[in-house]
Design a protein around this ligand. Structure first.
Ligand code: 1CP
Length: 355
């Protein structure tokens, strides 16, 4: 089957996640978990014992297998492509690694106008392995499960490039933002280009939805977010709008930013555990779906607590829909923690599908 026919055939099929994201009536309550593929699964750890992180991200068969693992185990309504937000940066030629126990580490941090001017562009062919993985996944995934592609938002990518790795306070990032706004906007523009190119490769290959991770945007004031970040994220959403697939926007600690993040243009707003979903809708306004927002740490608190929290999140989601949200996709408020017992996730999915 040609790529176009294949993706048209898939898009015609009912998928609960897509229905919830677009104001339809899902055949069951959709749920997936950020970081559902990864260290909480022994079958993932077994693969990673023999393969490096970046090596795995550029091997279509390994990407397909790791992406499928949580779908087989938990019966979730979506697979999220196994990858990382720094994969397109690596593919473009930026010298970086993903270090176990730390995260992305950048060999030569980007801090000057000359560094920004020297940034490479992303050629779609350099992420051909990711398109290849998506092709394998579209054959293997159950019809009803959505395949979610993703990318890091320009701000979160910029924070890694400027700081050189994970950061506690983003001092260098905010210094560049305020001290050299022209350099800042040039960097954000280049990163938005890379993000758009990477999302378009995934959309051309046939993903059913995309999520833009602006994980660390919650470190910013509303004013800084609006001035220095929102225009670039808005361009990303605008430039993938023509695919007509749901676009999800997520960050951590973004209670004060929810309305501004929604204005950037996504169809679905991810909410962390700090703000109840119905309150999130009051901040965002009607006409968008919400995603979230179980506290991932409460998966360690025993089955009674998990059941109570799942029921509370579902009730909040129902109130959110009555308050004008177009739907609710159940998820955590941030990623699955590595020590999480995977059986707790499987049982949570069963409960979410049963109530
Ligand atoms: O199942 C899935 O969710 C797919 C896999 C996935 C995703 C969506 C990985 C694999 N990374 C990501 C996105 C990602 N990467 C984000 C956005 C999501 C989020 O907020 O969690 C971010 C911020 C990163 C950066 C990153 N990569 C970190 C965080 C570092 C920090 O600043 O605290 C880490 C630890 C990584 C490495 C990584 N990425 C993925 C995995 C499984 C791992 C661990 C690698 C290992 O197994 O050693």
């Amino acid at each position: 089957m040609s790529e176009t026919t294949r993706s048209q055939a898939r898009r015609a099929h009912h998928r609960p996640l897509v229905a919830a994201a677009t104001g339809g009536t899902p055949s069951r309550r959709p749920v997936w978990f950020m970081r559902q593929a990864g260290r909480s699964l022994p079958e993932y750890r077994a693969i990673r014992a023999d393969h490096g992180m970046l090596e795995s991200c550029f091997d279509p068969e390994l990407v397909c297998e790791i992406t499928m693992q949580p779908v087989r185990r938990h019966d979730v309504d979506a697979a999220i492509l196994f990858s990382d937000i720094v994969v397109p940066l690596k593919a473009a030629g930026i010298d970086l690694d993903i270090v176990a126990g730390t995260g992305p580490v950048i060999a030569q941090p980007i801090r000057t106008a000359a560094d920004v001017a020297a940034l490479p562009r992303l050629e779609p062919e350099s992420v051909g392995a990711i398109a290849g993985a998506i092709e394998l996944l579209l054959d293997e995934l159950p019809e009803a499960a959505a395949l979610i592609g993703f990318a890091g938002a320009p701000f979160t990518l910029a924070s890694y490039l400027i700081e050189g790795g994970p950061s506690r306070n983003y001092a260098r990032t905010k210094s560049l933002m305020h001290g050299e706004p022209d350099t800042w906007h040039a960097l954000m523009g280049r990163l938005a280009d890379i993000t758009i190119a990477f999302l378009r490769v995934q959309l051309d290959a046939g993903v059913d939805a995309v999520q833009l991770f602006d994980s660390w945007a919650g470190m910013l004031s509303l004013a800084d977010y609006q001035t220095y970040v929102a225009p670039h994220s808005a361009r990303v959403f605008a430039e993938v709008a023509d695919y007509g697939v749901p676009r999800i926007h997520f960050g951590v600690g973004t209670g004060e930013l929810l309305a501004a993040m929604a204005d950037a243009g996504a169809d679905v707003i991810g909410v962390d555990w700090r703000v109840p979903l119905d309150e999130a809708v009051r901040r965002v306004g009607p006409g968008k779906a919400v995603q979230g927002n179980l506290d991932p740490t409460l998966l360690f608190a025993g089955s009674d607590v998990v059941e109570r929290e799942v029921r509370r999140v579902i009730a909040d989601g129902e109130r959110a829909v009555r308050a004008g949200a177009t739907g609710h996709i159940v998820n955590l408020g941030h990623g699955v923690l590595p020590d999480t017992d995977p059986d707790v996730l499987t049982r949570a999915v069963e409960l979410i599908h049963a109530v």
